[in-house]
Design a protein. Structure first.
Length: 193
């Protein structure tokens, strides 16, 4: 089984804050205009059916099965509720607490791609990979930059979540690695069969 990540693959994303900031997942319904589900992290990627599983799709018309390269623009489609969990998206401002630490936007899922000027497009940056050929692989650590208006911010964990079953809230941040705490670092994991 190849270790390279390809468009159409299903993944789990584990945040590396304090070694385990939880798995990116959906939990609850969003009331934001165009919103689908709330996004946070949970202690497991399998809390609910598909809530912590994401399908990676190309934001630049690369075919399913093509390799994902560091610097590519991608969509992340959540597979909750029989695959209708929506696309990872930013919608509305970060909370006041998050703004004190560089927070920019709240993260939810949206019903469709490109809800508002690239709000569901993410540029994926691999910190390092072996071999160093520019491809993204399972178990690599990546950062995800939202392309909304060219400055949507880095996907991060920020503040303990009050949602039942959740670990941390998720927003975007202006800083590459706020507090040098790896809050913007996400490890790509292969879902277990």
């Amino acid at each position: 089984m190849a270790n390279e990540l390809h468009y159409g693959d299903r993944i789990h994303l584990q945040n590396l804050y304090q070694g385990d900031g939880g798995f990116l997942e959906t939990n609850g319904t969003s009331s934001a205009p165009g919103g689908r589900l709330l996004v946070n992290t949970a202690t497991t990627a399998t809390r609910g059916g598909g809530t912590g599983t994401w399908e990676i799709l190309s934001g630049s018309c690369q075919a399913v099965g093509s390799p994902v390269k560091s610097g590519d623009v991608v969509y992340l489609r959540n597979l909750a509720e029989n695959g209708t969990g929506g696309y990872l998206d930013i919608n509305g401002p970060a909370s006041n607490t998050q703004k004190q630490y560089g927070g920019l936007y709240d993260v939810i899922t949206a019903w469709g791609k490109d809800r508002d000027e690239n709000s569901s497009r993410w540029q994926i940056f691999d910190l390092t990979s072996n071999p160093g050929d520019g491809l993204v692989r399972f178990n690599d650590t990546v950062q995800l930059w939202n392309t909304y208006h060219g400055r949507g911010g880095f996907l991060e964990t920020n503040d303990v979540s009050s949602t039942t079953g959740a670990k941390y809230d998720v927003d975007t941040n202006a800083y590459l690695n706020r507090g040098n705490a790896n809050v913007t670092h996400w490890q790509i994991q292969r879902p277990q069969s």
